[in-house]
Every structure is written in C-alpha cells, then in structure tokens.
Design a protein around this ligand. Structure first.
Ligand code: IDP
Ligand code: MG
Length: 147
C-alpha cells in the first residue's frame, strides 16, 4: 500500500472542478486519507519545484501556483503513486490521453489541473511538506475488502 500527495492546482479551484477530480480518484478506488485547502507561498513553491528553478517558465509557475488556494490530498491504494500518475495523464494536457484527468479537463501545460508525486521518495517528502505529519488519517472502509 502506498500513499501519495496530490495538489489540485488553482485552475481546478477556479473552474469549479475540485469535486470532479476528487470523484475520479474515488471512482478509481483510491482512498482519501487527507484533504485540505491551502494558500501556497513562494517559499513552498521554491522547495516543491526547486528542480525547475532555472526554467524560463518558473516565475509564471510560481505566480500561478500562489494565485489562489489549492487543495492538497493524501491518497492511498495499492501502487497508488503510479496509479495516480496514470489517472492524471501526461504533464501536457494537449498530449494526455482522453479518459485521463488532464486529457479530459485541460488544454495548457501551465494550468494542468493537478500535481501528483512521482516516486516513493518524493511522495514521502511531499506528504511531509504539505501535511507536516498532521491530518492524514489511517482508517478502514467498508468497501476495502471488496474493491
Ligand atoms: P508533472 O506535474 O507531470 O510531474 P513536472 O515535469 O514535474 O510534471 O513539472 C512540474 C510542473 O511544472 C508541471 O505540472 C507544469 O505545471 C509545470 N511545467 C512543466 N513544464 C512546463 C513548461 O514547459 N511550461 C510551463 N509549465 C511547465
Ligand atoms: Mg513532477
């Protein structure tokens, strides 16, 4: 069982797509262990996207990611890290397959609906970054045995 970190980005909040994206994750059979709205600041974006800091689009990415609150989710399931990446689709929504979240809801790479951790190591770091070990709940669901 893995837990991964998802951020529903500002375009998802602005376009009233929060529930639609969460519904996709639940429909897939992933379990929501944590869910909170957060206003990100420059410091957390500098940390979260430090590997992109020298890219020309970084200032715009930072402005966009801090433009309104995001929704952070801790989501679990078997192989949840790669399953969520698959359900999310390619980084560029124009290239993402139909049926994926980005493929169905997005058109621009700078507003691509959601972030999802890409490995066990990053998931661990990112869950700590956004949840600080708080408000992530381990619990059983009636459907756990039948999913
Ligand atoms: P990912 O979100 O699919 O993991 P990454 O390569 O980790 O993709 O990039 C992080 C984020 O940086 C992307 O989700 C997107 O918002 C932004 N980004 C990546 N490449 C570009 C680009 O070429 N132009 C604008 N934004 C980009
Ligand atoms: Mg990434």
């Amino acid at each position: 069982m893995q837990t991964t970190l998802i951020l529903l980005k500002p375009d998802t909040v602005q376009r009233s797509l929060i529930w639609k994206v969460i519904a996709r994750l639940e429909r897939k059979g992933l379990k929501i262990n944590g869910l909170k709205m957060m206003q990100l600041d420059d410091a957390i974006i500098n940390e979260h996207y430090d590997f992109l800091m020298d890219k020309p689009f970084f200032p715009m990415l930072k402005e966009y990611m801090t433009s309104c609150p995001v929704v952070a989710l801790a989501v679990s399931g078997e192989n949840a890290i790669s399953v969520v990446r698959t359900v999310a689709g390619a980084t560029n929504p124009q290239e993402a397959q139909p049926g994926t979240i980005r493929g169905d809801f997005g058109m621009t790479i700078d507003a691509n609906i959601m972030h999802a951790s890409d490995s066990e190591d990053t998931a661990k770091v990112e869950l700590q970054r956004f949840f600080k070990g708080q408000d992530v709940f381990e619990y059983s669901k009636i459907s756990d045995d039948t999913l």
